[in-house]
Structure formats: C-alpha cells, structure tokens
Design a protein around this ligand. Structure first.
Ligand SMILES: Nc1nc2c(ncn2[C@@H]2O[C@H](COP(=O)(O)OP(=O)(O)OP(=O)(O)O)[C@@H](O)[C@H]2O)c(=O)[nH]1
Length: 716
C-alpha cells in the first residue's frame, strides 16, 4: 500500500500548466513591449535629432545664401561701368535704387568716394556724409566683406524704423575705375527683417508642428535671432560650443530653463572668407514634445500587449484544463485507490479508457503496477509477520544470552578482582619472603623475580623478566646440566619428579660474578597459559662456611694444625688405594716423643704445647709436601710416606728425620732436647688394605725402638 500523497500541499498540474503558459506568454509580451518601446523611443529621438539637424542646416543655407547674395550684389555693382565711371550722383543713385528694388530688405545702398564721402545713395540718404570712420568703408577698401552690427552702433535715426531691433548686415567692397584706380567703396545694407521673415516662412510649419525654436547666435554668444525674450541674451550650451567650433549635428541637452531639449546645430559662413558671416544656428525642440509620438505609440503597445497577454493566458488556461483533465481524473482515481483500506475486497480501478492515448496507456500501466504492488504487499505482509515473529524470538534469545553474559561478566569481574587481590597478596608474600623466589617458563625464561631475588642475586626484577636464567647466573659447568634438566621438565613434568619438590644445593653466580651457594626448592605449576617452574632460593653461604669450619675443626689438630686422628683415618685408606693403583709401596711412621711428660712436668703444660708445635713443624718440614703428617694424640704423630721406590727408602727417611728431631727446642723458659722413637710399617701394593693392622704394626715397631732406646740409655 502506497502512502497517501499530500495532495493539499502541492499545486495541481492544471494550475502549474496554466500558470506556466500564462507566465511565459506574459513574459514574452512584456519582453517584446520593452524591446519595441526601447527601439521606438530611440528611433523617435534619432528622427527628431535628424529633423532638427536638417532644420539647422536649412537655416544655415538660407542665411549664407542671403549674405552671399548681398556680397554678390556688391561685386555686381563694383563691376558696373556706370558705377565705376559714373560722374553724376543722380545716375549712380538710379542704378543703386534699381538694385534696391530687386530685394526689399536692402535698406540702404551707397557709394563712397575714396576720401570717405557718400557720393550717391538710395533715396539720397546720407549723401555727402563722411563715412570714412565706418567699418564697412575701412574694410571695403581692399576686398568684399560682410559684417553685422549690434543695434547700438547703428545710425538708426537716419534709417527707416523697422519692427525688429536696429540690426543690419553690411556688405561692402572696393570700386575701381577703368584704369584700375580706386574709385571708392560701395555698400549694401540689409535690414534684419529678411532673417526674421525667413524664420517665419521656413520654420513656421516646424514651429507649429514641433514647437521648434531657432536661434542665430553671434560669435560672442549673443542670440541675434531667437524666440521672444531670448534675443540679445547671452546663451551658453553644449550645442553652441560645438557649433562655434564648426561642427554640425544634434544632441540632447538641458537648457538654462531646466528643461531637456533636442538641439540641432550648425555654423554659417566659410572659415577665412570675409564675404561670409560666422553665426551659430541652433534649432531646439523640447524632448518631451519630440518623443510624444513615440510615447503615444508606447501606450498603445502596452495596452495591446496587455490585452494580447490576457487573451493568451486565458487560452492557455483553457488548453491546460483540457489537456490535464484526463490526468486529473487519473490522479483522483489513484488517490481513491490509495485511500481505500488495504484489506478491501475490491480496490477501485484507475484505468481511464475514454481519455487520449497517452493517458490510457499510463493509467493501464499504473493499474497493473498497483495490482502487482497489492499482490507484492500481501506477500510482503506475510513475510513481514513471519520475520517479526522470528525477530521477536531472536530478540528474546538475545536478551536471555545477554543476561547470561551479564552474569558471566559480573562473575568474571569478581573473579578478576579476586585474582587481582590474590595476585597482590601473592606479590606481598613473595616480596616479604625470606627466600628469593623465581618463576621460569618451560623455556627457562624468567617470569617472576621477587625482592629477595633482587637482593640475593643483584639483578633487578625489570632486568631479568623475560630473560633466560641460565645465561645469567649458572656457572658454565652447570649450564649444560641445567638445560638438560629443563628439557626433561618441559617434556614431562611428572617424569622429572626427581628434581621437583626437593631441596637441591647449587652454586650460582650473582650479578657481580661472585659464587653464591644456594639451596633451591623446585616446584611445578601446571597452567593452561604455559607451565611454570617455581624455585625458592635460600642463601646457604653462612651455613657452608660454618660447615667448612666445623669440618676443618673435626679433621685438624687444633694445637699443631696437622691432620688429627680422624683425618689420618680418612687419609690412610686413600693412600693405600693410591699405592695399589700406582703399584708403589707406602710407609707409615709412628712417632712418639721420649719422656715428654717430664717437659710438662718441669716447664709447664704451655711449654709442652710449644714443644709439640715445634716438633710438628720439624716433622712437616722434613718430609715431602705430598707426604701426610698427622698427630694421633698427645706426643704421638703419624707420617704417611707415599710412592716409595723400596722399603729402604722408609728407613733412610727415618734415619734422616731422627737427628733433626733431636735438635734442641727453644722454648720460652728453657731449651729442651728430646729424642723421639719412630716405628715403621711398610705397605706393599698387594698387601691387604688393613689400616688398623698397619698402624698397629707401626705402633709396635715404635714401641720396640723406644724400649731399645731406654735399655741403651739405661746401660749408659
Ligand atoms: N703439654 C702437653 N702435654 C700432653 C698433651 N697431650 C698429652 N700430654 C702429656 O704427654 C705425656 C705423654 O705420656 P707419655 O708418653 O707416657 O710420657 P713420656 O714421658 O713421653 O713417656 P715415654 O713415651 O714412655 O717416654 C702425658 O704426661 C700427657 O699428659 C698435650 O697436648 N700437651
């Protein structure tokens, strides 16, 4: 089921098409209007400018033509024989008046003699007057020239009054006689009326139609001809400046009255030609008036465009309505279909059979799609329900597992905490233990090393953790055995039980390289993360020293430092074994001091001790280093002589020894000379190794000697 379309929030197709088409039409019409308006106004402005320019040209041509006519007439007069040769002023006047009749605006025509006296003049005006100071006379002596005069300089009272200001244009030129002699100056004076009339005749239609104003402006900027109120006024405008520079054309400008005008401008005369006059012609027309036609056209176009746009918009709306009606119907059908309940028995049909082809095809396709979608939705709904129940089941399962996991984690956490506490306890115990503690992995690498181990062996914990033990502290001789044992232990912890749970004494090297006897207790700790061998090392240096000293004490005679009876009893069997092994005899001397008791008795026990020490020293000094000298008890000593070549060697030794022993002993209080009795017992390599018997034999031999000695002394 599709979600219902939010129909109210979006515009309908009809609206969109109508608005779209209408907007397009209106935009087009508007654009056209703007363009037409622009071009029409522009065209009208250019038209007006051309017109005004042409008018200015027309005025220029007329003014220049009139002035040229006057200068032409001066030329004509100066060449007439009756003027050149005329002696009679009446005749000359007649000629001048006949010329005056040809142009009504010739106000005065006169001929002045070279001395500046008017020889003849129309209607006899100013005849005989002195004009030598006048410009026209002075200038006209050389060549033909034209000049205009401001009213103030005019001889007004002598000329007929005219409605215009007293303004004239003089054209004058020299008159030569038949011989080429200067005869005088002829002057034609035109009244200004011709100019105004010309304006009225030439510009009247333009003035009426366009309200155009004409200005004739002198080179000093004063308007000599213009609309009422502006004559004799100074004018300043861009067009005047352009005209004064000799240019001609038209432009738009704002005049002194603040209004915008289109102005055509031109310049009269020919530059450098004194027979012409330099005036600026300005023909102006208010811009609003010049463009009024175009503005009216613009309004008409606007009106027509609005009507056309409205008509086209209405047409577009009608066409859009027609075009979109089937689509609207289709849209409504789809909305109804979408709004129908999903479980309805029959769903509305969206097909539009009575519409045009495209909508028919579209509606059929949509109907088919909606039906398919309905079927798919049904299938999806079934799947969704199934999926939801599966998801619910999985969710319950996950929740159950999550709970279990949570509990396991809590358990794990408490176990971890316990383990950490235990580890801390263990570390405290280990660090406070009296013995050094070392843990090794099966590869012999140190995994644990307590404070005592640091103190005992010298390596810091951080130095040895992760290092192989043997390389560090086992003496080289022991390393191979250690490695073998570790291998055995690693291969079968149970099989090496002989080494475990047992105290073993070892000699280790500490960090300084000193030997260190330790007692090692080994144990095996099976672990899933790698078995460990733990060892407690107890320093037994003191014990060893004590034992050594005790042993030394047990085997040495404290008075003489010689081996005592016990030591002799150990040394004798070894000597006998060596004798058998080396196949060489050995001998046992049994020595006993004679009458030693008397020394004690006479000099004291300490002196007796000293004598015993000196005696022991002498015996020791008399035999070889390899021979053993021991004290059996009291004043009895035993010497074991080894590696005898013959039995006689023993006797020789005794004979050599006896005299040495008989030398006096220097004691603290006395010097004492004593003799000693030596009994010799020889042990041959093949003799039974009977120590008691050997000693007994030596003892008996000594006794015999002592007795012999006593008897000898008694006989003496
Ligand atoms: N100063 C001293 N005297 C000792 C020591 N041990 C034993 N004697 C004495 O040595 C004497 C040994 O006795 P005898 O061998 O009978 O005395 P003797 O005078 O040598 O007799 P003959 O051997 O028969 O000549 C005893 O008087 C012991 O007290 C000892 O360590 N120091």
């Amino acid at each position: 089921m599709l979600p219902p379309a939010p129909a109210t929030t979006r515009p309908r197709l009809t609206t969109l098409v109508t608005v779209g088409v209408s907007a397009t039409v209106l935009l087009t019409v508007l654009s056209l209007l703007i363009l037409v308006d622009h071009f029409a106004i522009d065209y009208a402005r250019r038209e007006a400018e051309q017109r005004l320019q042409q008018l200015s040209w027309q005025m220029r041509s007329s003014l220049t033509g009139i002035v040229r006519k006057a200068t032409g007439d001066v030329q004509l007069l100066s060449e007439l024989p009756r003027i050149r040769e005329g002696k009679n002023p009446v005749e000359v006047r007649r000629v001048l008046e006949s010329l005056q009749k040809t142009f009504p605006d010739y106000a005065w025509i006169g001929l002045a003699t070279p001395d500046g006296k008017v020889f003849a003049a129309t209607q006899g005006v100013q005849e005989g007057a002195d004009v030598s100071a006048r410009d026209w006379f002075k200038a006209g002596q050389d060549k033909i020239r034209a000049a205009d005069y401001p009213p103030a300089t005019l001889p007004g009272r002598k000329l007929p009054y005219n409605a215009d200001p007293w303004r004239f244009v003089d054209a004058s030129g020299p008159v030569l006689d038949a011989n080429g002699q200067f005869r005088g100056v002829v002057c034609v004076r035109m009244s200004w009326g011709w100019a105004r009339r010309m304006v009225q005749t030439v510009f009247a239609p333009a003035n009426l139609q366009y309200a155009a104003d004409v200005f004739v402006v002198r080179s000093d900027g004063v308007a000599i001809l213009g609309p009422q109120g502006m004559e004799e006024q100074k004018i300043s405008s861009e067009s005047l400046a352009l005209a004064a520079s000799g240019a001609s054309g038209a432009l738009k400008e704002t005049w002194a009255d603040g209004r915008d005008y289109l102005t055509g401008y031109a310049r009269t005369g020919t530059p450098g030609d004194p027979a012409t006059l330099d005036w600026s012609i300005l023909v102006r027309q208010p811009e609003a008036l010049a463009l009024s036609g175009a503005r009216a056209l613009e309004r008409q176009i606007l009106l027509l465009g609005a009507i056309l746009g409205a008509v086209m918009a209405i047409g577009a709306a009608i066409a859009a309505g027609r075009l979109t009606r089937p689509l609207n119907a289709l849209s409504r059908a789809i909305e109804e279909r979408l709004a129908a309940p999903a479980d309805a028995a029959t769903l509305p049909d969206v097909r539009q059979n009575d519409s045009y082809h495209e909508v028919q095809v579209l509606s059929r396709s949509l109907n088919e799609m909606l039906n398919n979608e309905q079927n798919h939705l049904g299938a999806l709904r079934g799947l969704n329900e199934k999926l939801e129940s599966t998801v619910a089941e999985r969710t319950r399962e996950i929740a159950r597992k999550a709970l279990q996991l949570e509990r396991a984690l809590a358990q794990e956490q408490s176990t971890q905490q316990l383990l950490q506490e235990r580890a801390a306890e263990l570390r405290a115990i280990l660090d406070n233990a009296h013995d050094a503690f070392i843990a090794l992995d099966p590869g012999g690498v140190v995994r644990e090393w307590n404070l005592q181990a640091e103190k005992l062996l010298g390596w810091k914990r951080t130095e040895v953790i992760g290092q192989p033990l043997a390389a560090m502290m086992l003496p080289p001789l022991l390393r191979r055995a250690y490695e073998r044992d570790m291998r055995q232990l690693a291969e079968s912890a149970g099989g090496a039980a002989s080494l475990l749970s047992r105290r073993v004494e070892l000699m280790l090297h500490n960090r300084a390289g000193q030997e260190l006897p330790v007692e090692v207790s080994l144990a095996y700790v099976p672990r899933s993360s790698g078995h460990l061998f733990i060892a407690f090392l107890h320093d037994i240096s003191e014990r060893k020293q004590l034992f050594a000293s005790m042993e030394a004490m047990a085997l040495n005679d404290t008075l003489t430092g010689l081996p005592n009876r016990r030591a002799l009893m150990q040394a004798l069997p070894e000597a006998l074994q060596r004798a058998s092994r080396l196949r060489q005899s050995c001998a046992v001397f049994f020595l006993d001091l004679d009458r030693f008791k008397q020394v004690n008795d006479r000099y004291g026990h300490e002196e007796g001790d000293e004598l015993l020490r000196q005696f022991a020293e002498r015996v020791r000094g008399a035999v070889r280093k390899t021979d053993t000298v021991g004290r059996l008890a009291g004043d009895e000593f035993v010497v074991i002589l080894e590696m005898l070549h013959s039995d006689a060697d023993a006797q020789e030794m005794a004979d050599k020894l006896l005299p040495a022993l008989q030398q006096p002993f220097v004691l603290k209080t006395a010097t004492v000379a004593l003799s000693a009795s030596i009994g010799i017992a020889i042990h041959h390599p093949d003799d039974p190794q009977d120590i008691e018997a050997l000693l007994s034999r030596a003892d008996r031999a000594m006794y015999r000697h002592k007795q012999e000695g006593l008897q000898l002394r008694a006989r003496r």
